[in-house]
Design a protein. Structure first.
Length: 476
């Protein structure tokens, strides 16, 4: 048991040791700079740069990054700009102070929370690394300034050298920190080249121009640049937040659509398990309805709705009396009346699902007729929902071309003739015309719903209870 506790505490001890090492290193660097004679020139400017770096960190932009199929959250801020500016004009001590001060704006540090849970280790880690990184940027910038004769040219060269050193150290420290915490360092190392190639060329000319204007024009040019820069970063952050919200909403809608189809498939599998004579009928009606809607040039949303409604159009038959669906002979008048109740029963079942309210209405009216002689409400012509009119055609055709307990299936050519004869009385003209155009160019497997995609649906949902549980879990 003691060994298990030691193993559990080892990562935490390793992290504390790592943070302590960084703190000691930062203190040693700071003391060495002071002993070497470095001072904070223009302390008010350094203070202003420190505030700007903290504000930049406070409004850092968070965005999602996909790595190896996983999504992680990264942050981006312009805190490096004030640090780089201090490195170019004031040297390593000032740059180290500005870099360390940027962590005062860290959102987690500023958040109100239990003091015992404050992110002290994170703050100590990154304050130390940014001080060391800022000092290194200052040394690189000052060494470059001494080597280049042209005033503006050396500002650009110094800014570029400082930016490269700062970015490389930032990524190396991040990778080392990740390694101490048990994550692979290789991911961080692989980001060094693109980070340097993209950030350094952007930062260098901006800082060089800002430094030139500070020296040649006025120190107030610093405010004229930093305020708009931070405003631009904030706007970019808001854009990223809205973009992420749009992505999350799209993913939620896709999940809901998949759950809807799984839920519908589970319901239909339950119905098919009860009535083997009509097994596969709902899948056929769904495919035919989708294809009719597409042939009619309807929007993708209507096409998808036709497919989903086709799947569940007969779900009300679950509520019919036992033996009615399986009766081998003709139905009596009372049995026919009971059978006609299935569309209203289906509506009541589906109406309990909020997302299915429109689908429930379509299911209720899929046995209405253009002449008003249908059921359950006797709607006529355009009063019948368009998708209901499409499903009526697909439903009737598949019923005629399928075996039933009381009759054999009709040939497809006979069923097509029956549809044509019932145009403008039972069926919508445009829906029948679209379906006939599809059937005329289709092979016999499609006409008789024996094509692979028709049969695969029923085979893929042989366990209705498992499908129901899966669909409920995915919505949750």
């Amino acid at each position: 048991m003691q060994g298990a506790r030691d193993i559990g505490h080892h990562p935490q001890r390793r992290t504390i040791a790592y943070v302590a090492t960084l703190l000691i290193a930062a203190l040693v660097v700071a003391a060495s700079l002071v002993i070497a004679g470095y001072t904070l020139e223009s302390p008010f400017t350094v203070l202003a740069l420190s505030v700007a770096a903290a504000v930049a960190e406070r409004i850092s932009v968070r965005f999602a990054v996909a790595k190896r199929g996983l999504t992680s959250t990264e942050e981006q801020s312009i805190h490096l700009l004030p640090t780089l500016f201090a490195a170019v004009l004031f040297g390593p001590l000032a740059a180290g102070v500005v870099g360390a001060a940027s962590m005062l704006g860290d959102p987690e540090l500023m958040a109100k929370r239990d003091p015992d849970r404050a992110p002290r280790l994170k703050w100590a880690t990154y304050t130390s690394t940014r001080f060391i990184g800022g000092a290194a940027m200052g040394f690189a910038a000052q060494a470059t300034l001494a080597a280049v004769p042209s005033e503006f040219g050396r500002l650009i060269a110094a800014s570029l050298a400082g930016a490269v050193v700062g970015e490389v150290l930032d990524v190396l420290f991040s990778g080392l920190t990740a390694s101490v915490r048990g994550r692979p360092i290789s991911d961080a190392i692989r980001t060094i080249v693109p980070v340097v190639l993209t950030s350094a060329p952007v930062y260098a000319p901006i800082v060089a121009l800002l430094a030139f204007m500070y020296v040649r024009v006025s120190p107030w040019t610093l405010a004229l640049f930093l305020v708009p820069a931070m405003a631009a970063q904030r706007l970019y952050g808001l854009y990223q937040e809205q973009r992420q919200l749009a992505v999350d909403l799209s993913e939620a809608n896709e999940t809901l659509e998949r759950a809807n189809l799984q839920f519908a498939a589970a319901l239909i599998a339950t119905l098919d398990a009860r009535d083997r004579y009509t097994a596969g009928h709902s899948a056929a009606v769904a495919i035919y309805s989708r294809d009719i809607a597409q042939r009619m040039g309807l929007a993708d949303e209507i096409r998808d709705q036709a497919y989903l409604c086709g799947l569940v159009h007969d779900i009300g038959k679950i509520g019919l009396p036992p033996g009615l669906l399986e009766k081998p002979g003709a139905l009596t008048l009372e049995e026919r009346r009971q059978m006609q109740e299935h569309s209203a029963i289906g509506e009541r079942i589906l109406a309990h699902v909020n997302e299915y309210s429109e689908i429930a209405t379509i299911v209720r009216h899929h046995h209405e007729r253009i002449d008003g002689q249908g059921y359950p409400d006797g709607l006529a012509d355009l009063d019948i929902p368009l998708v209901s009119r499409i499903i009526a055609v697909a439903d009737a055709y598949n019923a005629m071309t399928s075996d039933r307990p009381y009759r054999d299936a009709m040939p497809s050519r006979v069923a097509r003739l029956r549809l044509a004869q019932a145009v403008d009385s039972q069926f919508d003209t445009s829906a029948v015309a679209a379906f006939e155009a599809i059937l005329a160019s289709a092979d016999e497997e499609y006409r008789l719903a024996k094509r692979k995609d028709f049969t695969e649906f029923a085979q893929s949902h042989e366990d209705p209870l498992a499908d129901l549980l899966e669909s409920v879990a995915e919505v949750a």
